[in-house]
Design a protein around this ligand. Sequence first.
Ligand SMILES: [Zn+2]
Length: 105
Amino acid sequence: MTDLKPCPTCDSLKIEPVNKINKGRPVGLYKMQCTHCLLSTAYYSTEMAALLAWNTRPGEDAALDRAVGAVERRRETFIDEALHERGLMNEAIAAIKDLKGEASK
Ligand SMILES: [Zn+2]
């Protein structure tokens, strides 16, 4: 069985399939529902379809993709800045060594 994502509203992990009942009888439609806040999917013809719907969150997935992209861009900028700083430090060290060399003459 596929792991269910926590409820996007209340973060509960108690998510259960619910059979649609009409006139006291199940009608072959299923939804996934949070037992804590009662958030649910629409009804689907199979429990697996309802489960997949529960776990599909286009907005959340897009936000995660944007976050990864932002971190990757920041990582590249950070590396560029670090390499630039190393160059500046090397220049400073060389200048200090030159000064020390001149002072000891
Ligand atoms: Zn909930």
